[in-house]
Design a protein around this ligand. Structure first.
Ligand SMILES: Cc1cc2nc3c(=O)[nH]c(=O)nc-3n(C[C@H](O)[C@H](O)[C@H](O)COP(=O)(O)OP(=O)(O)OC[C@H]3O[C@@H](n4cnc5c(N)ncnc54)[C@H](O)[C@@H]3O)c2cc1C
Length: 272
């Protein structure tokens, strides 16, 4: 890849006004046996900003089955919770598709079973209300890299599918997506020169790492994005940065969840 002063920034951090929103479910559809697409609407979705497939927002869910969803008032110092009420569970999700004119926002939920978010999504109904905060900012990755590698499980699929959709025609992309089996694959649209491989885990914890090790990448300088189970990403990161010698500068790894940990903090580093 050659660079010049006129070349647009390859990556850019853009911050947004942090604003809480109340969103109402308008549509629920099953897109795979364990994946539900929930479409929300809300008066202020016209000012919602999401610039990159890597964006995430914080969503509030009832903390227990049948619990009331309590929402905070908002002050200049942040959320103010009503006294004596149980706070909601807050989890991170990817804005899969946003239409500001129609004031619609789609979110794809993986129904992994346990947890307030997964439980809520399994029974989501039109008319239900959720609180949403963010995205706080976007890490915008431009189309100027020679190629893109996207790796992840079902929780990364919304981001990977969104990025594949957003690529200009001819952009070289490789996607490795881990799901249980063939019935969990979904259609992904792209104009990119993309190779999309569905990795069937068949009960194996390192299926995705094996697929990454077996993959070949195009020539030139690539950008790597990976999201999924935090421990599983360690081996993948180690392989890509230490054995395949891809530059850490152009790689982003996000532990979307961690086995046995509720509300895992994705800021926890994926160590070598
Ligand atoms: C930046 C970011 C973007 C994300 N985007 C999406 C998205 O668009 N769609 C989506 O479905 N998820 C997404 N996730 C992942 C999601 O936030 C987590 O899976 C979260 O833990 C779900 O909350 P929960 O209340 O269902 O479970 P929690 O209460 O957090 O966890 C309960 C139990 O379930 C386990 N668990 C959590 N997630 C999984 C899983 N995927 N598979 C198996 N077991 C699991 C935990 O280890 C724990 O034992 C994203 C995460 C991040 C950090």
């Amino acid at each position: 890849m050659t660079t010049s002063q006129n070349e647009p920034a390859r990556t850019q951090r853009v911050m947004h006004e942090l604003r809480p929103r109340l969103l109402e479910v308008v549509e629920v559809s099953s897109i795979a046996p364990r994946m539900v697409r929930v479409t929300f609407t809300g008066d202020d979705l016209d000012t919602f900003v999401t610039l990159d497939a890597d964006d995430h927002m914080k969503m509030t869910f009832p903390p227990r089955e049948g619990a009331e969803l309590v929402l905070p008032a908002w002050s200049e110092h942040g959320p103010v919770w009503p006294e004596g009420k149980e706070k909601p569970a807050i989890r991170d999700f990817t804005p899969r598709r946003h239409d500001p004119l129609a004031k619609r926002l789609e979110v794809d939920f993986f129904l992994h079973g346990e947890g307030p978010a997964s439980r809520w999504a399994a029974k989501a109904q039109p008319g239900q209300i959720l609180g949403v905060l963010g995205p706080r900012g976007s890490f915008v990755v431009s189309d100027v890299f020679d190629w893109y590698l996207m790796i992840g499980d079902e929780t990364a699929l919304p981001s990977i599918a969104r990025r594949l959709e957003s690529f200009a025609p001819g952009v070289k992309a490789v996607a490795l997506i881990e799901v249980d089996g063939p019935k969990d694959e979904i259609a992904v649209a792209t104009q990119a020169d993309a190779s999309v491989t569905w990795v069937h885990r068949n009960g194996q914890r390192d299926a995705l790492e094996q697929a990454v090790r077996n993959a070949s990448f195009p020539e030139g300088e690539g950008f790597v994005w990976a999201g999924g189970e935090a421990t599983a990403l360690r081996g993948i990161r180690r392989y890509l940065l230490r054995e395949a010698n891809l530059p850490a500068e152009w790689a982003s790894f996000s532990g979307h969840w961690k086995i046995g940990v509720a509300d895992h903090d994705h800021h926890e580093p994926i160590e070598n």
